[in-house]
Design a protein around this ligand. Sequence first.
Ligand code: B12
Length: 279
Amino acid sequence: MVDKSSVSEILNKHSLPLHGYCRFDALADNLLPCRALSRLESAFLPEQPKTVIAVLFPYRFDDMPGNLSRYARVPDYHTAAGGFLKKAAAGLSAAFPEYRFVPFIDSSPIPEVRAAALSGLGVVGDNGLLINPLYGSWVFIGNIVTDLDLKITDSEIKECSHCGACRKICPGGCAGGKTRKNCVSRITQIKGELTASQQALLLKSGMAWGCDICQDVCPLNQNALIAPHPCFGDKPFNPSLSFEDLNSLEGRAYGWRGAKTLERNLNLLQSLHDSTSDA
Ligand code: B12
């Protein structure tokens, strides 16, 4: 019988000390219908996985003002954090060869906020994000899915205090709501032309990519530690995206979206800047 401590020892050795465990069963009805779902199914069929290991990667470096949300100021987490997860999964496979360990991050069928909350890694905020007691919501969530049965008792999902700060400030009125349709982070990603109301929301936020407004005001984030995971190196990128940056998007969290959408966002912000300096 394998116990949690021998798994944790391997994760710690791979520099993943912020981890927890939950039962796959507790997530099975909420799997996200993304492309990675087939990777999960083909790895385990005809059986079901048993355990999800949730792993946090803190990414807060500083609070410099800028038009990039903080998550986009560090090297692309899909590769940076994903690389650490892959190595840890390989380490686990070597230690327990009779079981499978499949890593995912973001492009994952696992609803990662829920998995991390069930693993006891923090509370779920009204902004829908996992808030860790030490690092706040400035954490990415990765996961390793396995058929190793660790006989877990899931933590209860805990909620924030519903203080209302994120609900009051969200420009799109999304926090606490049922839809993220007007989430500025989402709007910065939409391809093609934005509607007039989407443009207005983007201008109001001043963001070229992503949005941190609901996290900035969260009282649970005020004393969040600044101790980024080593996978992000020791220096963040510039806090603002410029037109020149569009020539080299490699290694950036927004690289997948391509220069056109980012250029549109920068043009919109520039037009606001021009109109206010003309006035
Ligand atoms: C699609 C997506 C988006 C979309 C849509 C978000 C959405 N939730 O609908 C957009 C582009 C808008 C987005 C934006 C952002 N995202 Co996003 N996103 C995802 C992704 C890929 C899937 C999320 C999803 O569809 N979940 C399913 C739906 C049903 O979940 P949901 O509506 O959020 O609700 C779930 C939980 O949040 C929870 N829940 C929500 N509210 C409440 C309230 C209570 C009281 C309780 C108990 C539970 C609860 O229960 C639900 C069921 O699981 C995940 C990665 C993943 N695989 O999970 C990352 C993920 C959630 N995103 C992440 C990040 C960092 C962001 C941004 C902060 C980036 C930024 N700075 O711009 C913003 C935050 C916006 C916001 N406040 O939600 C991180 C969150 C890390 C964390 N600390 O929680 C994730 C986990 C990626 C990662 N691997 O780290 N995202």
